[in-house]
Design a protein. Structure first.
Length: 178
C-alpha cells in the first residue's frame, strides 16, 4: 500500500530571547515576537481540541476529533525531542514518520508539525499558522483527527528550546474505529 503523506512541512521553533524562530523545509525563517510566559509541561487533548477547532472554524473547516493512535505518535516524538534536545522529524535512527504511524496502527495519510520553544498552546498554534509550510497542515481539509503532545526537556546548558511540541493530524481511514 503506497499512501501519500504530506511531508513538505516541517517546523522548528527556537526560543531566542523574546522571539521565536519559525522555519520550514522550503521557506525562509520567520521571526515573530512573543510575550514571555511560563512554559507548560503538558496539554490535554480536550484543551487542544478546543483551540485547534477554533482555528479550524475560523478557516471554514470541519472540526477535529482526538485519535489515540495519533496521540501515541505525538507523545513518542515530543518525548524523543525533549530527551535529545533536538527538533527533528526522525524519531530515532531509521524510523521516519511513516514508520512511527504504522507502528502505532495508523494507516491513513497524516502530517506532522513540530516546534521547540513555544511556552504554551496558543503560541505554538500561532507560530504554525504563520509558517506557510505548517499552515498547510493546520488547514488541510482532509485532516479530521489529531494527537498533540508537549514535553519539557532537561534543564541543561544545551537545552535551548525548553518545550518540545508534536502535532499529528490525519485523515480518517476506511474501517478505522479510533
Amino acid at each position: 500500500m503506497n499512501l501519500m503523506l504530506r511531508r513538505d512541512f516541517l517546523l522548528g521553533l527556537a526560543a531566542t530571547g523574546g522571539a521565536l524562530l519559525v522555519s520550514g523545509c522550503s521557506t525562509a525563517p520567520v521571526i515573530m515576537a512573543t510575550e514571555r510566559a511560563t512554559p507548560v509541561s503538558s496539554v490535554s487533548p480536550a484543551e487542544a481540541r478546543v483551540a485547534l477547532n477554533a482555528m479550524r472554524r475560523e478557516n471554514g473547516l470541519a472540526e477535529l476529533t482526538h485519535n489515540a493512535m495519533l496521540q501515541a505518535v505525538a507523545e513518542e516524538q515530543a518525548g524523543i525531542m525533549a530527551r535529545t534536545t533536538k527538533v527533528a522529524h526522525t524519531a530515532e535512527k531509521d524510523q521516519p514518520f511513516i514508520e512511527r504511524l504504522r507502528r502505532a496502527g495508523f494507516w491513513g495519510g497524516a502530517g506532522e508539525n513540530l516546534a521547540g520553544g513555544p511556552p504554551n498552546l496558543a503560541t505554538v498554534i500561532d507560530g504554525w499558522m504563520k509558517s506557510p509550510a505548517h499552515h498547510k497542515v493546520m488547514i488541510n481539509p482532509d485532516y479530521v483527527q489529531f494527537g498533540i503532545s508537549v514535553k519539557r526537556g532537561p534543564a541543561t546548558t544545551f537545552n535551548t528550546y525548553g518545550t518540545y511540541w508534536a502535532l499529528i493530524m490525519g485523515v480518517r481511514s476506511p474501517g478505522m474505529t479510533a
